[in-house]
Design a protein around this ligand. Structure first.
Ligand code: GDP
Length: 458
């Protein structure tokens, strides 16, 4: 097994092409994997759009579709049938909202796309962070209906907050579905009005113009999702790509397969045989069946008994993969969501205190020394305090404007020290991007996003 691991590492290191190609060869697939998170205000039509897209691409069987059609007729919400393709539990169905990060996938010409569906309700943002933390790119869905776009964007809606969240979690490519344009008779004027407002905002949020693409569409009618438009009015002014082609054109980030293993745990469950299972994403490195791994922050050794990717058993998994792993050698009650499986030699740093560069975007009272927050770090939620305000920075240049500021208000950028109530696994952003980002929340509201710049006390 050690040989096998060596072989993989040597191959990756000597690889003259690029790690993504290597990753695909090892995966036995010629398509790059791309993780996409779907964001936007509640009722923007996210579930309907993704459900319809999956149906158009033949990812949903006629039988399932027929069943959903019958069921939705029965409760008198027929328009929800496509949304159900993504919504799994009965509770969500009755409430007509998507609560958890559901999963589905489809293929474009060059990519295998895995959807991390995001919920639209404000109180479900912690789930969305889990989705966004795993995403390579995002699809922002906005409702073009007159009045609806405005309430999702201006009047305390989630369009802005979601876009800010994904950007601060490191997502830099965005497709914007200007959805439900059927309700405005495919008006070019309405499309332009919306894109103009969004462009200005997204630029301010840190997205480059060239990394954002706007697509007029309708999830309900299926217009411009997977093929060129058929509506005469839309055809008269739009000649750009359909949504599927926009997704196909996204750049796939490099997979850090040659770095030491880091896997973040976002679910724990009892397996069928002995041992138990943990599920999550491999952020860095390679994980093989039979590997010894260090469960952190508790630092107990465990062995990988088996692993599977999308329910298929596999001998190894690579950075970027979502996996389920059966572990032995540790007790299930000693492992928690938010833990990391680490390379036992090159270990993940464990600490209570770290320095971060924060962008503050939503505080009612300014942040002062001692300010209590909840840290969201991948799937981990931990209480903490902002214990030191070290410097206030200039937003665009990053230069220090003021050392030891007394407080931090909205839209400020600052370097702070944060002390968690328990030891957590965390990395510097420059070492492992995925484990070097945090979100800070207070009373159900995301108040800041940060990048870890230093680890203190380890
Ligand atoms: P989500 O909360 O963003 O997932 O939104 P849903 O997919 O549940 O859709 C919310 C409502 O908008 C439902 O009543 C849908 O039938 C309706 N809807 C979704 N997409 C479209 C569309 O493209 N056009 C129109 N006219 N209605 C839509």
């Amino acid at each position: 097994r050690a040989d096998q691991e060596d072989k993989v590492f040597t191959k990756v290191k000597e690889n003259k092409t690029d790690p993504n190609t290597q990753y695909n060869i090892e995966r036995g697939s010629d398509k790059d994997h791309l993780y996409i998170v779907v964001i936007g205000h509640v009722d923007a039509g996210k579930s309907t759009l993704m459900g319809r897209l999956l149906c158009e691409l033949g990812e949903v069987s006629q039988r399932t579709l027929h069943k959903y059609e019958q069921e939705s007729k029965k409760i008198g919400k027929q328009s929800f049938m496509y949304a159900w393709v993504l919504d799994e539990t009965g509770e969500e169905r009755v409430r007509g909202i998507t609560m958890d990060v559901g999963r589905a996938q489809f293929e474009t010409k060059t990519k295998k796309v895995i959807i991390l569906d995001a919920p639209g309700h404000a109180d479900f943002i912690p789930n969305m962070i889990t989705g966004a933390g795993q995403a390579d790119v995002a699809l922002l869905v906005v409702d073009a209906t007159r009045g609806e776009f405005e309430s999702g964007f201006d009047l305390g809606g989630q369009t802005r907050e979601h876009a800010l969240l994904v950007r601060s979690l490191g997502v830099n490519q965005l497709a914007v579905a200007v959805n439900k344009l059927d309700t405005s008779n495919w008006s070019q004027e309405r499309f332009n009005e919306i894109t103009k407002k969004l462009k200005a905002f997204l630029k301010q949020a840190g997205f480059k113009d060239s990394d954002v693409t706007f697509v007029p569409c309708s999830g309900l009618t299926g217009e411009n999702l997977v093929k060129a438009p058929t509506e005469a009015e839309l055809l008269s002014w739009y000649s750009g790509p359909c949504l599927l082609d926009v997704i196909d054109k996204f750049n796939v980030p490099q997979r850090p397969v040659s770095k030491p293993l880091r896997m973040s745990i976002n679910d724990i469950f009892k397996g069928t045989g002995s041992g138990f299972c943990v599920a999550g994403r491999i952020e860095n490195g390679v994980l093989n069946k039979g590997d010894k791994v260090l469960v952190c922050p508790s630092k107990e050794m465990a062995e990988v008994r088996s692993l599977s990717i999308n329910d298929l058993t596999s001998n190894s998994a690579f950075a970027g993969d979502q996996v389920s792993v059966t572990l032995s050698g540790v007790e299930m009650q000693n492992v928690a969501v938010g833990f990391i499986l680490s390379d036992p030699i090159q270990q993940v740093p464990v600490t209570t205190r770290f320095e971060a560069r924060l962008v503050v975007f939503n505080v009612k009272v300014p942040i002062t020394k001692g300010f209590p927050v909840l840290i969201h770090h991948q799937s981990l939620v931990e209480s903490a305090n902002i214990v030191k305000l070290k410097a206030l920075l200039n937003k665009s240049t990053g230069e220090v404007m003021k050392k030891k500021p007394r407080c931090l208000g909205n839209n400020s950028v600052a370097v702070v020290e944060i002390e968690a109530s328990k030891p957590i696994c965390i990395e510097r952003y420059k070492d492992v991007k995925e484990l070097g980002r945090v979100m800070l929340r207070v009373a159900g509201v995301t108040i800041a996003a940060g990048l870890v710049t230093d680890i203190i006390n380890i």
